[in-house]
Design a protein around this ligand. Structure first.
Ligand SMILES: [Zn+2]
Length: 369
């Protein structure tokens, strides 16, 4: 039991350490035009036949040459023309470096600056043009033009792919391929959700979580979020005894990469997190809600010595837990058939008190009847 509690404590404080916002930013497009065609984190990529990947930024659709702006005062780190070796598929790219007024911890590193990346631009603004010509440390003011929106590089529609990278500009794949470089000392993927820094506290009632049994041994938590506040950060799962003693906790956080291996690229792009599947629904600007489901099972050990437990799932946003759902789950003896076998299709049963019985656990795991 002790290790579970320690794990729970570690997870609580890890999450607390990185709830945003951490710094002040304004919108990279006119605020009224800040709608998303792709959120940060797990998604089904429409342009690639709805393949699953972990989107490292946000996509803001718009018109050709629509202005994009610096989100804070900073300097142009560099500008890269379409086809550059640094960003071969990202078209015209501008990278702006910003200082952080109050440094904070991320994956054990103090973050005192971040980078804002503007991809697929059609044109460069004045500051970026100076940088393209070789000028160093060109200052840029908050709200100053970065460039015109476009669809250069690997892009099927006019949009701004916008990223925030904390402390290191080097993506995790680049760090792993170039371990001797200064920017490779971090060993984590530096991308975080811009909306965490941009949005004021959101209304929890705009979000919902639903929890139900899924198949014989799994559970499914379904989360919806409003398209104007796409700061869903994952899920935390808590199992307690009826008297409230914790027996299990697990957390999935996109921002902290909890449940992912933060040093593995493959882990980030794999929806199977080991006993838990991340199932985002397809999303576009036409959606009136963003939906993401999690299908998971509990380790059989949670049932040792237990006949009834409380399962709670919390909807995590990058601003903390804002909704929860609970299920009373029971482990009951299963009637064996005349051949002394577990019936082939045991079913979930909900009794008059709303208690769900997991009919086959006693045969599989030997929990108490
Ligand atoms: Zn994108």
């Amino acid at each position: 039991m002790k290790w579970t509690l320690m794990l729970a404590l570690a997870q609580c404080c890890l999450a607390l350490a990185f709830q945003g916002p951490h710094f002040q930013v304004s919108s990279p497009v006119d605020p009224g035009a800040l709608v998303l065609s792709s959120p940060f984190g797990p998604r089904l990529k429409a342009s690639e036949n709805f393949r699953y990947d972990f989107h490292r930024g946000i996509d803001i659709p718009g018109d050709l040459e629509q202005p994009t702006y610096a989100v804070a005062a900073g300097t142009i780190y560099n500008a890269y023309p379409d086809g550059s070796p640094n960003y071969p598929s990202s078209g015209n790219v501008v990278v702006v470096e910003h200082a952080v007024a109050q440094p904070f911890l991320f994956h054990g590193f103090m973050v005192d600056h971040y980078y804002a990346l503007y991809l697929h631009l059609n044109s460069f603004g004045p500051a970026a043009t100076l940088a393209l010509g070789g000028a160093l440390d060109v200052p840029i003011a908050e709200g100053e033009l970065v460039g015109g929106m476009g669809q250069t590089g690997d892009s099927t529609f006019t949009h701004l792919h916008f990223e925030i990278r904390l402390q290191t500009l080097c993506s995790l794949p680049f760090q792993l391929a170039n371990p001797l470089l200064q920017c490779a000392q971090y060993g984590f993927d530096p991308h975080v959700n811009f909306l965490t820094e941009y949005l004021d506290p959101v209304d929890p009632n705009l979000f919902s979580i639903n929890l139900e049994p899924d198949g014989i041994t799994d559970f499914r938590a379904s989360i919806t979020a409003p398209p104007e506040a796409l700061i869903v950060d994952g899920l935390s799962i808590e199992v307690e005894t009826l008297s409230g003693d914790p027996v299990y906790e697990r957390q999935v956080s996109f921002e902290n990469r909890t449940s992912f291996d933060p040093s593995s690229v493959a882990s980030l792009d794999d929806p199977d997190l080991g006993g838990l599947l991340v199932l985002p629904a397809a999303f576009s600007t036409a959606n009136d809600a963003y939906q993401i489901d999690y299908s998971f099972h509990l380790p059989p050990e949670v049932w040792v010595g237990q006949s009834q437990l409380v399962l709670r799932c919390n909807l995590l946003t990058t601003q903390g837990i804002i909704q929860s759902a609970e299920l009373n789950i029971a482990c009951v003896a299963i009637p064996l058939d005349s051949w002394n076998r577990v019936p082939e299709e045991p079913e979930w049963d909900v009794d008059g008190n709303g208690i769900v019985s997991l009919l086959d656990y006693v045969a599989m795991f030997g929990c108490l009847p």
